[in-house]
Design a protein around this ligand. Structure first.
Ligand code: ADP
Ligand code: ADP
Ligand code: ZN
Length: 227
């Protein structure tokens, strides 16, 4: 390998791991806005499929409404197709994927096939805080913007700043469903963190701080990974 090859930086695949309500969506949106990296949120893609009543949406809706994960085969196919789009050529950021070891293994193959390098962050937030974040989360069904009644309210209560639509609570943010989602997280997604810890560094981010303070740390870590 010549010197030029050695200096060629491989495209990066950023992973944001963490429980529901940890701030993955909030932070990934800021990262995408600030760096221009393609952001892939599987939760948003699934909610979009539900809104458009596609076959994927029809299959996913009852599972999501009950706090269950959507089958791996559907998610793996969704990601495999999404990353072939032009905006992903120089790297991408995943929010909400992988959520099972099986998904992680198929992502490992995809990343290897594309000659990419993984950069993994795990957001840590105490459970009591997650419950407050999820119960206060409000969501725009039109443009998927996310708010919080206390920590990041919309300018006009109940109305989306971006598009003027009425904000709602996501059906899966109801209290009984949240408990189920946290169980699914413990059983199926915590092993994903262990999967990555065996392979390389997983940067732990204390997510129980103001959005800007969390972002400052994320930015510092990403800048290091990108240089
Ligand atoms: P996730 O995508 O991990 O489920 P979100 O980014 O949607 O998490 O955040 C969950 C809720 O908590 C949202 O209502 C969001 O506005 C709010 N939130 C996100 N980050 C913070 C933070 N650092 N401090 C306080 N509230 C936050
Ligand atoms: P949160 O941000 O609160 O963690 P998401 O928007 O990421 O929630 O996901 C909402 C729901 O969409 C999940 O509870 C699950 O049903 C489904 N989902 C999203 N991503 C995946 C995935 N990678 N594998 C399986 N199901 C998923
Ligand atoms: Zn909106």
């Amino acid at each position: 390998m010549g010197a030029a090859d050695a200096q060629t930086k491989r495209p990066l695949c950023f992973l944001l791991l963490g429980p529901p309500g940890a701030g993955k969506g909030t932070q990934s949106a800021i990262i995408a806005r600030r760096t221009g990296v393609a952001r892939i949120s599987t939760g948003e893609m699934l909610r979009d499929a539900i809104a458009r009543k596609t076959p994927l949406g029809e299959q996913a809706a009852p599972l999501m409404d009950n706090g269950n994960l959507v089958p791996d085969s559907l998610l793996v196919a969704l990601i495999a197709e999404r990353v072939t789009e032009a905006d992903c050529t120089n790297g991408f950021l995943l929010d909400g994927f992988p959520r099972t070891v099986n998904q992680a293994e198929s992502l490992d193959r995809l990343v290897a096939d594309r000659g990419m390098e993984l950069v993994v962050m795990n957001f840590d937030v105490p459970r009591a805080v997650l419950l407050r974040r999820l119960s206060g989360r409000r969501w725009c069904p039109n443009c998927q913007a996310t708010y919080h009644v206390e920590t990041s309210p919309s300018k006009k209560p109940g109305i989306c700043d971006q598009c003027g639509s009425k904000l709602i609570q996501r059906p899966d943010d109801r209290e009984n469903v949240v408990a189920k989602r946290l169980e699914a997280y413990e059983a199926q997604t915590v092993p994903v963190i262990q999967h990555y810890e065996k392979r390389g560094p997983v940067h732990r981010v204390d997510g129980y701080r103001d959005v800007d303070d969390v972002f400052a740390e994320v930015e510092q870590y990403l800048t290091g990974a990108m240089s």
